[in-house]
Design a protein around this ligand. Sequence first.
Ligand SMILES: Cc1cc2nc3c(=O)[nH]c(=O)nc-3n(C[C@H](O)[C@H](O)[C@H](O)COP(=O)(O)OP(=O)(O)OC[C@H]3O[C@@H](n4cnc5c(N)ncnc54)[C@H](O)[C@@H]3O)c2cc1C
Length: 367
Amino acid sequence: MTGSPEVAVVGGGIVGLSTAYALREQGVSVRLYETGLPGHGQSAGESRIFRHAHDDPRLVAFARESRGVWAEWAERFGVELVSSDGAVAIGESALARLRVLDRVGGVAARAIGPDELAERMPLLAGYAGPAMLDEAGGAIRTRAAIEALTDQLGDAVVTGEVVSIEPRGSDGVEVRSVTDRAVYSKVIVCAGRETARLARSVGLSLPVRLAAHVRLTFDVKGAAPARVACLQDGSGEFGEVSVYATPLPGNSRYAVGLSETVGVRDDGTFIDPAAIRSLDERARAYVARALPGLDPEPREFVHCWVTDLPWSEDGVAVWEAGRILFVAGHNLFKQAPALGRALARAATGDGLAAELAPEAQLGRPRD
Ligand SMILES: Cc1cc2nc3c(=O)[nH]c(=O)nc-3n(C[C@H](O)[C@H](O)[C@H](O)COP(=O)(O)OP(=O)(O)OC[C@H]3O[C@@H](n4cnc5c(N)ncnc54)[C@H](O)[C@@H]3O)c2cc1C
């Protein structure tokens, strides 16, 4: 083991990069393996929503912690990582989540009326139903985050696919990548859609459901608004019951997606190839109805794998197999800094936070 860092992280998406950086913060030596370019798996694209609102109060508290780490890192790196324009949610479901936020406390969120909604979200058609504003929510500057963390990690990030992970008793865990072989005291697997496969190689079966997702980007008509919030629309007012939307840096483009995903088989082939086109068309139709501030002709498409857990589309959990940790879940961009720190603590002897154990089902809606 002489010469190898203490911990290996497999996967250079936002979760792996945050975990490796959190290990560095604790003074632990780390190597991160990434097959391709950091941030080009599920973490691809230029924006994500940061929101505190979740159905599970424990996940609200986790998001609040994560927001604090985003702010800390933004200050340390000298770049904006989450916009300051807030996140709005509309529909009855928004008010239900606002009640969860109030119960947890410590999140600046409140119900807003049509005028404030129009001011916060000037691209939206007139809407007079229930709405809430999460003031510390906003658009995550995904590229800035991936680049800053990759820069910080420097040559700890190595290009190469990990082909096997093998527990070697008290000696540690052997990792074989396309170009090397090394033994580490701990390994943390944050490999996105590949995590479940790597877990199977040590006898663990993760209940991860693989699906495909599409998000479209539209140009803002006319001048970019100085301020524009992220949007979650659960109202049904504009013909869809679950839509999310987020501005790209500069506010001249806005990304819109239906929360629905497309079913795929275990090998990634689409069960119904037409289903993804139908999601495109519905997103375009939604934009034409709900977002008159956008040109309804899509400019870019982001296609991504989604890996979610059976108890919630926001669910997240960590599985332990001796010295190896496997993380899985969905909608993890916002949670990555807190998740990274929790994984780093788990790998360095503090144990895994109870809420991240699979049986805790973090994210499951609660009464
Ligand atoms: C269109 C879209 C919109 C989303 N919106 C939001 C949102 O608004 N808010 C939010 O919080 N989340 C959102 N999400 C979810 C969020 O983006 C993901 O949960 C998050 O990016 C997952 O990061 P990750 O690091 O776990 O996985 P990934 O980014 O997939 O990273 C895994 C990495 O592991 C690498 N890898 C795999 N196998 C190996 C191997 N054997 N060896 C070495 N490297 C390997 C891959 O190349 C990849 O780079 C959205 C996702 C999509 C697709």
